[in-house]
Design a protein around this ligand. Structure first.
Ligand code: SAH
Ligand code: SF4
Length: 385
């Protein structure tokens, strides 16, 4: 029988597992703290757990780590990890330090079935859902690797965004226990305001998330009308804009923030005219959705046939929204020198794997980074040295 991966459990799941072993809940709490707060990789480290429990766990359970294919550290302190999840699939996480916070961007699937026109993950197609353990292991790896590297005892990652590869709400059953582990005071202790699920608009699952685990919500809008959104985000044909916005409004009754963040990828000549901006204003007013806009400069990739809007166009678009009273930000591009944007690097690896099946035999490490160099680039507070 294969060993149980303890990263697959939120605290209730771990409690149920411990009960099967004849152990009380407080033992599960201890175990959970060792795993997530202290980053223990070995039951022998768990000094306050009864020897008998450690013996039961040994052999029966593991904390399954992800295999690191590569790590890239950008000159701005952004770090991108590429993880091997088996079967020729790779997923990525990106650490983004800023002055007042440090955000980890996490993947939820290998590939994605939604197939958005402008997304390189979407162009790769769908391979498989990640397990809860694989989602949590990305945070576990980043948090504990960086604590060691920066010689810090206290928490490093303050925010998590589910904006890596995949559509988190199409992997709902694995996502929710992972979110609960992030929020749990015995786990990572992140506040609901600091954990964001980003979705292309899976309406029934937004409704379920509202009841099961209402964290901050970002919705990838990308177009102000159905014909254009049908083209850019094919899921729109199933859940059109009116339905999506009504669901967003309803979500706010339970959400930790009093607005929805709309993400809008700026595509030259496609969705970036003054008229599109005016349509957006009319749309959110009509549906009465308190919102902020986050304009994302398109990150081009060869097969897309699309171009990034020029910066003056982005700023003019932002000004129209802002003049209508909508808080609008333009996303800074971070980690440009290491391609730290949605799906980029994993896409490269997939292609190479398909071409030659080389990846598993010969890990691709593009810019290996020594520990001291990484520490010199950025401190945990995000300030550059
Ligand atoms: N599937 C979810 C979350 C992952 S994508 C979603 O679509 O929301 C995270 C964000 O990156 C989304 O807003 C997505 O639209 C955006 N994105 C995808 N490809 C991009 C690209 N090539 N350039 C800029 N943003 C992109
Ligand atoms: Fe999937 Fe999001 Fe990419 Fe669309 S943008 S293909 S939903 S990962």
């Amino acid at each position: 029988m294969s060993a149980v991966n303890l990263l697959d459990f939120d605290l209730d799941g771990l409690t149920a597992y411990c009960e099967q072993l004849g152990e009380k809940r407080f033992r599960a709490v201890q175990l959970f703290r060792w795993i997530h707060q202290k980053g223990a990789t070995d039951f022998e480290q768990m000094s306050d757990l009864a020897k008998s429990l450690r013996a039961k766990l040994q052999g029966a359970a593991v904390m399954e780590r992800l295999k690191v294919i590569s790590e890239h550290v950008s000159s701005d302190g952004t770090i991108k990890w590429l993880f091997d999840v088996g079967g020729g699939n790779a997923v990525e996480s990106v650490f983004i330090p800023e002055d007042d916070r440090a955000t980890l961007c996490i993947s939820s699937q290998a590939g994605c079935a939604v197939g958005c026109r402008f997304c390189s993950t979407g162009h790769q197609g769908f391979s498989r859902n990640l397990t809860t353990g694989e989602i949590v292991a990305q945070l576990w790896h980043a948090e504990h690797t960086l604590r060691q590297r920066f010689k810090r005892d206290e928490r490093i990652i303050s925010n998590v965004v589910m904006m890596g590869m995949g559509e988190p709400l199409q992997n709902y059953n694995a996502l929710v226990p992972a979110l609960r582990t992030m929020l749990d005071d015995h786990g990572y202790g992140l506040s609901r305001r600091r954990v964001t699920v980003s979705t292309s608009g899976v309406v029934p699952m937004i409704e379920r998330l509202k009841n099961d685990c209402p964290v901050a919500l970002a919705v990838s809008l990308h177009a102000p009308n159905n014909p254009l959104r049908d083209e850019l985000v094919p899921l729109n044909r199933k859940y059109p804009i009116e339905e999506l916005l009504a669901t967003c409004r309803d979500y706010l009754t339970a959400a930790p923030r009093d607005f929805i963040t709309f993400e809008y990828c700026m595509l030259d000549g496609v969705n970036d005219t003054d008229e599109h901006a005016r349509q957006l204003i009319a749309l959110v007013r009509q549906h009465k959705v308190p919102c902020k806009f986050n304009l994302i400069p398109f990150n081009p990739f060869p097969q897309s046939g699309l171009k990034r809007s020029a910066q003056p166009r982005v700023l003019a678009f932002a000004k129209i929204l802002a003049d209508a009273g909508i808080v609008t930000t333009v996303r800074k591009t971070r980690g440009d020198d290491i391609d730290a944007a949605c799906g980029q690097l994993a896409g490269e690896v997939q292609d190479r794997t398909r071409a030659s099946e080389r990846m598993l035999r010969q890990p691709i490490v593009i810019t290996p980074v020594s520990e001291p160099a990484a520490a010199a680039v950025v401190s945990p507070s995000g300030r550059k040295h």
